[in-house]
Design a protein around this ligand. Structure first.
Ligand code: PMP
Length: 368
């Protein structure tokens, strides 16, 4: 029996093979007599799980040697505080506001310093991205923050800005919670990237931080020790107990990703090709329909989170009930935007998108 297709924005669907493997290893990991949840984080078994996960992630995302990979706790929202605590050095911070998540980041940073708005997509209700050439970047900015994929509004940077080309020497910080590992990252343009795991990586509870070494070691005195990147990095993410089971699950996902093939592509490149095809399938259907609509400008549409609306919203409940009956789960839009949202993360196969499109077509026909 195939499982239903799960379009949740996060926590989100995981590859079935990974869930099966975790189930098989639940009581006894590799003959150790222990489940992963029962292991000391300092024992050789867990250290081997950790090191493999880190190495696989470094390979998948092509993270250069002078960047540290940290597995932390607290989620994306905690990083909204942890980043300014570590990177601001008492200087202002510039934010590009492109939706709810970057707005939240700016608001939180304001607690620890001066968070300025460099640009905002609010005038278009976050259906467009402000062009980098128009951003007001201050010379004294300690860093520039953007959200590479806005999970709620469904806008995604198709290319990260080259701040140097814009005359800005500050490092770029990206919140890639909802598009991490869905496409490659150009590390020449990024000083720090952070994201919660519960969308494209694994279960909630792990927060991934990839940070250039020279940005570490400048935390404000008020920064909690457990959130000081230097202490975390110097202790191999084990200054305090890391989210061990979540790291193990993330590691299984990394192995799964490395084994994915699409034509002559593997790993993240294969996922990018697949995600491009998946998103095109759904957008193309929505665009030709008079019954549904997606309001995001074509050049900044997310491949991961696709908000859409029934033009007649009185049919929303019937739509969702019918979807659920067909094994198409968690399509309800975020409460702040309304309508529907389909999240097409790495683990959601193209067959799931096809099943959704078939249902969209059928529902439209039966309502005519
Ligand atoms: N940033 C983005 C882009 C997100 O999508 C989310 C969660 N939906 C967050 C931050 C917040 O993450 P968390 O709930 O893990 O703190």
């Amino acid at each position: 029996m195939t499982r239903p297709y799960n379009f949740s924005a996060g926590p989100a669907t995981m590859p079935e093979a990974v869930l099966q493997q975790a189930a098989a290893e639940m009581l006894d990991w590799h003959g150790s007599g222990m489940g992963v949840m029962e292991m000391s984080h300092r024992g050789k078994e867990f250290i081997s799980i950790y090191e493999q996960a880190e190495a696989d992630l470094r390979e998948l995302l092509a993270v250069p040697a002078h960047y540290k990979i940290l597995f932390m706790q607290g989620g994306g929202l905690a990083e909204n505080a942890i980043v300014p605590l570590n990177l601001s050095r008492g200087q202002p911070m510039d934010f590009v506001l492109t939706g709810s998540w970057s707005q939240k980041s700016a608001k939180e940073a304001q607690k620890y310093g001066q968070a300025r708005t460099a640009a905002s997509g609010q005038a278009s209700q976050f259906t467009t991205l402000p062009a980098p050439g128009t951003w007001q970047l201050g010379r004294d900015a300690s860093y520039v923050h953007l959200c590479s994929n806005e999970t709620i509004h469904g806008v995604e940077f198709q290319e990260l800005p080259d701040l140097k080309a814009l005359g800005c020497d500050a490092p770029l910080v990206i919140d890639f919670s909802s598009n991490v590992l869905s496409r490659p990252v150009d590390w020449n343009r990024v000083g720090l990237a952070f994201g919660g795991a519960q969308k494209n990586i694994g279960p909630a509870g792990v927060t991934l931080v990839v940070v250039r070494e020279d940005l570490i070691g400048h935390a404000l005195p008020i920064c909690p020790s457990a959130f000081d990147y230097k202490l975390v990095a110097d202790n191999g993410s084990m200054y305090n107990t890391p989210p061990t089971y979540g790291i193990y699950m993330a590691g299984l996902i990394f192995q799964w990703l490395k084994a994915q093939r699409e034509g002559d592509k593997t790993g993240v490149a294969a996922m990018e090709a697949r995600n491009t095809a998946k998103a095109a399938l759904l957008y193309d259907f929505l665009d030709q329909s008079a019954f549904y609509e997606n309001r995001v400008a074509k050049d900044c549409r997310s491949r991961m989170n696709i908000p859409f609306f029934l033009k007649d919203e009185s049919r929303n409940d019937a739509f969702l009930d019918g979807a659920k009956a067909r094994g198409l789960l968690q399509l309800k839009g975020h409460k702040s935007v309304g309508g529907m949202r389909a999240s097409l993360y790495n683990a959601l196969p193209i067959e799931g998108v096809q099943a959704l499109v078939d249902y969209l077509r059928e529902f439209e026909r039966t309502q005519a």
